[in-house]
Write a protein that binds this ligand. Structure first.
Ligand SMILES: C[C@H](N)CC(=O)CC(=O)O
Length: 262
């Protein structure tokens, strides 16, 4: 089985949870009527996702115009509101380079600005995409800020880059981005196997998006790995049925994971 020895201490979780809710991603409000964008809506959805069975949240905080933002003010406002509504819920944010339009120095400066936040307003962890330039400096900056790194591995090449860098991370996100549903499981296995071959430490969280989202929730269940679901990754249930929002998606994922004893 792939993802075995390094999958998270044998308890099938990624550092204490089996299911993370990815609340909004880069989506806009026209994508789904339930999409949370403001700190208050993110907090409401975090709370509802936890009640539905999520053990952590990942979000893309926005500025006053609704655009993704890494500024200390916007990150701090979203994290603070989520912590107020859902105390103790592990809370993470994206650091996607698209947020600063591909400007590595601007991203680094924004993240370094989180030093001005009280520690309680800093996220517990942040995802860092290995395919993006500047990931080693960013990981070191996050470590100094006391923010855990979720290493975003999208390919075998990313797995090799992570092994070569030796980055300390709280979790390895095996993210099957793009491509067709019928190849998603094979792609996931190729990355998981390479991570294990290279003895990359850290629990794995496996997920896909769009057509591959549900098939990889099932595969994570089968492999005993953590996974994630939410409006960032998919806008409907496993049979294409409509959902009201993140809490519905989390409930549906929990039902599927239960069939694998999770
Ligand atoms: C393209 C993926 N939705 C990227 C993702 O989930 C990780 C991140 O926020 O950087």
């Amino acid at each position: 089985m792939t993802g075995g020895a390094q999958s998270g201490g044998g308890d099938g979780t990624a550092g204490g949870f089996a299911l993370q809710a990815c609340l909004n991603g880069s989506r806009g409000p026209t994508d789904h009527p339930g999409l949370p964008v403001t700190p208050l809506r993110l907090a409401q959805d975090a709370c509802a996702a936890r009640a539905a069975g999520a053990g952590a949240v990942h979000m893309h905080p926005r500025d006053g115009t609704g655009r993704e933002s890494l500024s200390a003010a916007d990150i701090g406002a979203a994290v603070r509101e989520v912590r107020r509504a859902a105390p103790g819920l592990p809370t993470g944010v994206s650091t996607g380079l698209w947020t600063t339009a591909g400007d590595v120095a601007a991203r680094r400066a924004a993240v370094l600005g989180w030093a001005a936040l009280p520690t309680g307003d800093r996220p517990d962890f942040a995802s860092v995409n290995l395919s993006e330039p500047g990931f080693t400096d960013l990981c070191e900056d996050l470590r100094r800020l006391g923010v855990g790194v979720e290493a975003g591995v999208w390919s075998v090449a990313d797995a090799e880059a992570l092994a070569a860098a030796g980055t300390d991370c709280v979790r390895v996100l095996v993210e099957v981005i793009g491509g067709e549903e019928r190849t998603a499981v094979a792609r996931a296995h190729a990355v998981l196997a390479r991570l294990d071959e290279l003895a990359v430490p850290g629990p794995r969280l496996l997920h896909g998006e769009h057509a591959s989202a549900w098939v990889l929730v099932d595969e994570a269940g089968r492999l005993g790995l953590a996974t994630r679901i939410g409006l960032e990754d998919v806008l409907h249930g496993p049979a294409g049925e409509p959902v009201r929002g993140n809490a519905d998606l989390v409930r549906l994922a929990r039902t599927r994971l239960a069939t694998y004893g999770r």
